[in-house]
Design a protein around this ligand. Structure first.
Ligand code: SF4
Length: 241
């Protein structure tokens, strides 16, 4: 079967390559990206997982541990600062721009810090729904789609209270529970880190353009909620400090 790569995906792949990210590949779907990632992670690797709904959705953590590969951090508590450092970071990106910039927002900063410096290799899995025109659109989408939806879900499940969860709009709040404290824009490949980026021809993780058809947005949000509920149901008690 011939896979059609739409124009935006083609543009993003070319731009990321032009921005010196080492390996940038299009893969058609979740199954293909799982296979591609498993093929490049050695059995002896120590893998760090940045909190990512994309990874939860495609079940990579379980597959890695099933192979006996060491995964750092406890499911659901990836933000814990165990002090242990992986040699590979596996994550996604909140957004990728057409000119090949990676835009991310974190509350804690563990994920974005490791994307910039720390693990020798970073592997990112980015669904087609994360492609945006530019940094302004990325920021707008993160603040007015991703954070409110995620905040609403965290409100329901763990009692988090942030104003955007109530009305779906960012208020640049001063809440101590604010989930967007650090923004990173990776313009070009960080000098000392090897990067492998898979752009997937399937919607994965949280994020959509508000103008997309309701059916597509519903599919993305339902997949996100299903992955979240599955993870919440399987959580061990919080690790002791
Ligand atoms: S700054 Fe506050 S209101 Fe705005 S997106 Fe972040 S948590 Fe929500």
């Amino acid at each position: 079967m011939t896979v059609k790569i739409n124009q935006d995906i083609n543009t993003v792949v070319k731009s990321l390559k032009a921005n010196h990210f080492d390996i940038v590949e299009f893969v058609k779907d979740a199954d293909s990206v799982v296979k591609a990632v498993l093929d490049i992670i050695p059995f002896e690797a120590k893998v760090d997982i940045g909190g990512s709904m994309t990874l939860r959705q495609i079940g990579l953590r379980d597959m890695l541990t099933g192979r006996g590969i060491k995964v750092i951090g406890v499911p659901g508590y990836e933000t814990n600062n165990s002090g242990e450092q992986g040699d590979i970071l596996l994550s996604s990106s909140n957004a990728v721009t057409l000119d090949g910039k990676l835009v991310n927002v974190d509350g804690v900063g563990n994920r974005v810090a490791k994307m910039v410096f720390g693990p020798k290799k970073v592997i990112l899995i980015i669904g087609q729904n994360k492609i945006v025109s530019n940094v302004d659109e990325a920021t707008d989408r993160i603040k007015n789609v991703i954070a409110p939806y995620h905040g609403m879900n965290l409100g329901r499940t763990v009692g988090l209270k942030i104003p955007c969860a109530a009305d779906g709009r960012c208020h640049d709040c001063k809440s101590p529970q604010r989930i967007c404290n650090i923004t990173t824009i990776i313009h070009r490949k960080p000098v000392m880190t090897e990067y492998v980026i898979f752009i997937v021809g399937q919607d994965l993780g949280l994020g959509w353009d508000p103008h997309w058809p309701e059916v597509r947005k519903k599919r993305i949000s339902s997949a996100y909620l299903a992955a979240w509920q599955k993870e919440m149901a399987s959580l061990p008690p919080p690790p002791s400090k």
